[in-house]
Design a binder for this molecule. Structure first.
Ligand SMILES: NC(=O)c1ccc[n+]([C@@H]2O[C@H](COP(=O)([O-])OP(=O)(O)OC[C@H]3O[C@@H](n4cnc5c(N)ncnc54)[C@H](O)[C@@H]3O)[C@@H](O)[C@H]2O)c1
Length: 285
């Protein structure tokens, strides 16, 4: 099936690389035009490089290769005024807005300072709220909002043990889960759906970097990607080290398109078995 999003426009934050890029490409393949937002520059508590201008240009190239339109607007999701300007400009250029994917995120795990906690909460939680705030005036009834949480953040004793930065990541993502639930009630009367995807480890710039190699293999002086893989597999009940970004995009597509028009307030955990086995909560007796 294709053309499920023909005539629709999607706003995607963090669209320069990783999941944001594959979300843009997947939605474009179904006919959507894209407003792509990403951050120019760095955040000093993030222990790996964020996306570059070239990354954003590569997203543009891949979307345009599908014959879809894409406009890019550099903006920091922490700055509501900039985000509003970016979204307003994108909507003027592409004519409408039907889908919001609040995907931009950072991980400041391992940095044990208050600033690391505050930076990650400001991007991963306040940035999500800002994205919805900037988009809301443009959204017609029946549109779709998808937020990005995290499986690890829902588990106690994983990322929340990674210093103040890791705790901030867990805090922000748990609040995003709650936000998705409560916003779904707020928007229900307009038939605007709000759902949350919670990925387990994903092979993107956030995981596939020197900092993570060292975090998962502290026993090695110069660990590489291949050294980290067994450690990831070891922690996965299904034996999967990480998912591909495009696998998360399939879930985003489901929530973006009309097949899910009566589905809202859901927390879809793409967890590789990470959560299911640890609890019977919510399972009928
Ligand atoms: N990679 C994983 O293992 C994993 C697991 C669970 C959840 N997530 C979440 O998935 C989402 C996407 O991450 P990813 O895996 O593609 O990582 P990534 O680092 O490749 O992509 C994140 C993107 O967000 C952008 N960004 C960061 N701060 C921003 C800001 N202030 N304003 C605008 N853009 C900003 C980055 O430049 C980058 O392009 C994030 O919310 C992340 O927390 C990732």
């Amino acid at each position: 099936m294709s053309g499920r999003l023909t005539g629709k426009v999607a706003l995607i934050t963090g669209a320069a690389r990783g999941q944001g890029r594959t979300h843009a490409v997947r939605l474009a393949r179904e006919g959507a035009d894209i407003i792509a937002v990403d951050l120019p520059g760095a955040i000093d508590t993030v222990p790996y490089p964020l996306a570059t201008k070239d990354d954003l240009e590569e997203t543009v190239r891949q979307v345009e290769a599908l014959g879809r339109r894409i406009v890019t607007h550099p903006a920091d999701v922490r700055v509501l005024a900039d985000l509003r300007a970016a979204v307003d400009a994108g909507v003027t250029e592409l004519g409408r807005l039907d889908i919001v994917v609040a995907n931009a995120g950072i991980l400041t795990m391992g940095t044990d300072t208050a600033k690391a906690f505050l930076d990650v909460v400001n991007v991963n939680l306040v940035g999500v709220l800002n994205t919805v705030t900037a988009a809301e005036p443009h959204l017609p009834d029946g549109s779709s909002i998808v937020l990005t949480g995290s499986t690890a953040a829902l588990l106690v004793g994983t990322v929340d043990r990674g210093g103040a930065g890791g705790l901030g990541y867990a805090h922000a993502k748990r609040q995003v889960a709650r936000l998705g639930h409560d916003l779904s009630r707020v928007f229900a009367s307009r038939r605007i759906r709000v759902n949350v995807v919670h990925p387990t480890n994903v092979r993107s710039g956030m995981m596939d970097n020197d900092f993570m190699y060292h975090a998962f293999r502290p026993d090695l002086p110069e660990p590489a990607r291949e050294d980290m893989i067994p450690a990831l597999v070891d922690k996965s009940p299904m034996g999967v080290p990480w998912l591909e970004p495009s696998e998360i995009s399939e879930a985003v597509l489901y929530f973006a398109c009309d097949e899910s028009r009566w589905v809202t307030g859901q927390q879809l955990k793409l967890d590789g078995g990470q959560l299911g086995p640890v609890s019977d909560a919510g399972v009928p007796a």
